[in-house]
Design a binder for this molecule. Structure first.
Ligand SMILES: Nc1ncnc2c1ncn2[C@@H]1O[C@H](COP(=O)(O)OP(=O)(O)OP(=O)(O)O)[C@@H](O)[C@H]1O
Ligand SMILES: [Mg+2]
Length: 248
């Protein structure tokens, strides 16, 4: 089957298992999901339902146990690390749940890192502009340990945005932010999609954040169980409540 550029990333019948024997956990269980290009998809579900695993598998950061993964129009299942790394650097940004900043580098150097790794000329003005956009224009020289959790999260977001990736994968990008900072970040993400046609796959626990997306998909116990198009925060919260109340 041909994959059109209309799809930024796609999982087909993906299974991901961890551990061996009795400790074996099926984190994803037959998930088929496409992240449309130029669109924002939020991924929700109870803790442990497989959200981070789904994002890592879709971004080619984690290997699947079964099924197939397509990224930027090409199949990446089983692709060599070198090919995956190159594709990631050229086409995607990733905001990790635990930020993954480099402790020895300043905020400005952390944000410039993906440009350096992609061997792109680092325009200091671009790096500063993206840090200013997330409200950190006055923290350029601070190292992660000198920043609050929410500030570190915003450096991680700036680092993922600076290359203007075709696809941005973001795992709880507003989890450490107060509601005003979260709104600033969510508005920036909305602009990436509406103005620049970039694609976003975002994990969140927050119905108000999910309501900024074009569609919201729900995971439960490693399976995709529902999808809502342009839902309100209230609709998202109600759907999530029924999932979290479901017996394991
Ligand atoms: N590296 C790993 N080794 C073993 N088990 C893992 C590993 N990563 C994830 N798991 C298991 O897979 C399941 C899904 O984990 P995942 O991190 O994807 O959940 P999540 O939905 O992101 O949860 P949270 O909302 O708490 O971040 C969990 O049961 C977890 O224990
Ligand atoms: Mg997670």
């Amino acid at each position: 089957m041909t994959i059109t550029a209309a799809i930024a990333a796609e999982l087909r019948d993906v299974t991901r298992e961890y551990g061996l024997g009795n400790a074996r956990v099926r984190a994803l269980d037959g998930v088929s999901l496409a992240f449309p290009a130029g669109s924002w998809t939020a991924v929700m579900g109870p803790s442990g339902s497989g959200k981070s695993t789904l994002l890592h598998c879709a971004a080619g950061l984690d290997r699947v146990t079964g099924g197939r993964v397509f990224l930027a129009g090409r199949e990446v299942t089983g692709a060599p690390d070198r090919v995956l790394t190159d594709l990631r650097r050229r086409t995607m940004g990733f905001v990790f749940q635990n930020f993954n900043l480099i402790g020895s580098l300043t905020a400005e150097q952390n944000v410039a890192l993906p440009l350096r790794l992609a061997r792109t000329r680092v325009a200091r003005a671009d790096v500063r502009a993206v840090l200013a956009a997330v409200g950190l224009g006055d923290r350029l020289r601070h190292r992660p340990r000198e920043l609050s959790g929410g500030q570190q999260q915003r450096v991680a977001i700036a680092r993922a945005m600076v290359t203007r990736p075709a696809v941005l994968f973001a795992d709880e990008p507003t989890g450490a932010l107060d509601s005003a900072s979260a709104r600033t970040v969510l508005a920036l993400l909305r602009e990436m999609v509406d103005r620049d046609g970039q694609s976003i796959a975002m994990v969140t626990h927050d119905p108000a954040a999910a309501a900024w997306a074009d569609a919201v998909v729900f995971l439960s116990d490693g399976r995709l169980v529902d999808r809502l198009v342009r839902p309100s925060a209230r609709e998202v919260a109600e759907r999530l409540a029924t999932l979290e109340a479901a017996p394991c």
